[in-house]
Design a binder for this molecule. Structure first.
Ligand code: NDP
Length: 328
């Protein structure tokens, strides 16, 4: 056994230290599949881990990185063999289990999926947890029985990773997409992805009235707090909002009025522990439904050495779209 290059977070007396260093393969955690990582990505949660802004890291030392795409190097799991192309999103990677900002990971085979047909390893990481979560949101909205003829769909945190993919997916499914952003200078980018209208985040950041003017019948909210409360208060009768994020805060300062007077539903979305069959459905839908030209247009590629700075940037709301981390 040798060493490999990784980004490692160590606990210090004052907080945490993050650096690129050699990691001993013997110190990898338990698992029945070893993967040579080709690509990872940067999600909001990776930014939280890298900056220590929220306690997402549950053991130290930790290798952050919640997503990976790579090739099986060793396996004693019956479903995976040497040379298989695989992906992994969540399951505690980069939080409780040594993660993807590394040349190697050792994981439980049950967490892995075979590379979805129609996508390359690089494209799966351009999608990443952010894009796969956007698809979970769309599926939840559809399962609620909502389709595009019912009215517009709003996407908050529109220029971010989840937001960018959500806009592309909803627009491709025929929805009139209203993109809410704090970066109006990104209006052309958002329209290119499929937004029919771009509104200023400030329209949704004040205290929410119990009921506002009915503006949309569905939505993907990545922001939480006042923004989600306002989105709910402006949701049409019988509509539903898929809530997946907290970029603006974890609170929900609203009233029950949209639920009890308009029959509005709040659809909770968690990507980390999503069961395998639902993941397979989401990835198959992504492979078929996502416009790969738009995916490329929203994606920037960085190296492992640039991850720490990028983690800071995503916390400051400065990252547009998706970031792929090239490792192998
Ligand atoms: P990004 O940073 O790429 O996107 C978040 C966007 O939110 C920003 O681009 C910005 O959009 C907006 N934003 C940032 N800060 C604020 C603020 N203070 N107030 C209001 N809006 C703000 O992150 P991701 O797309 O990777 O993730 C988005 C959210 O979804 C995160 O909270 C993340 O934790 C969550 N998430 C949850 C998952 C789950 O399983 N439930 C899975 C994946 C992500 P703009 O500039 O356009 O306004």
């Amino acid at each position: 056994m040798g060493t490999f290059k990784a980004i490692v977070i160590d606990k210090t007396e004052t907080g945490q230290q993050v650096r690129s260093r050699d990691f001993d393969e013997a110190d990898l955690m338990e698992g029945d599949v070893t993967v040579r990582v080709a690509y990872s990505t940067l999600n909001y949660k990776d930014g939280l881990a890298l900056t220590g802004k929220a306690p997402v890291v549950r053991r130290f030392p930790m290798i952050p990185g919640v997503d990976l795409a790579g090739t099986v190097e060793h396996s004693s799991h019956p479903d995976f063999k040497l040379g298989d192309s695989v992906i992994l999103n969540g399951w505690g990677l980069g939080e409780t289990h040594l993660g993807a900002y590394a040349e190697k990971v050792r994981v439980r085979g049950e967490w892995l999926l075979h590379l979805p047909k129609g996508l390359t390893l690089q494209q799966t990481m351009a999608i990443g947890t952010a894009g796969y979560t956007a698809m979970l949101c769309l599926i939840a909205i559809e399962r609620h029985g909502l389709r595009c003829h019912r009215g517009p769909a709003i996407v908050t945190g529109a220029a971010g990773g989840v937001g960018s993919v959500a806009i592309s997916l909803l627009a491709r499914a025929g929805w009139h997409v209203i993109a809410s952003t704090g970066r109006p200078q990104e209006a052309d980018y958002l329209k290119h992805l499929g937004a029919a209208e771009v509104i200023e985040r400030s329209e949704l950041t004040g205290p929410a009235r119990p009921l506002g003017k009915e503006r949309w019948c569905a939505g993907v909210d990545t922001v939480g707090s006042h923004v989600l409360a306002n989105v709910l208060s402006m949701t049409k009768y019988g509509g539903a909002i898929a809530a997946c994020g907290l970029a603006g805060g974890m609170d929900l300062p609203g009233s029950v009025a949209p639920f009890i007077l308009r029959g509005v539903s709040l659809l909770g979305i968690d990507s980390v522990m999503t069961p395998r069959n639902f993941r397979l459905e989401a990835w198959s839908r992504l492979a078929h439904d996502l416009d790969l030209v738009k995916l490329e247009a929203m994606t920037t590629t960085i190296t492992l050495d640039q991850v720490v700075d990028a983690g800071q940037a995503i916390m400051e709301g400065k990252v547009r779209g998706r970031i792929v981390v090239q490792i192998g």
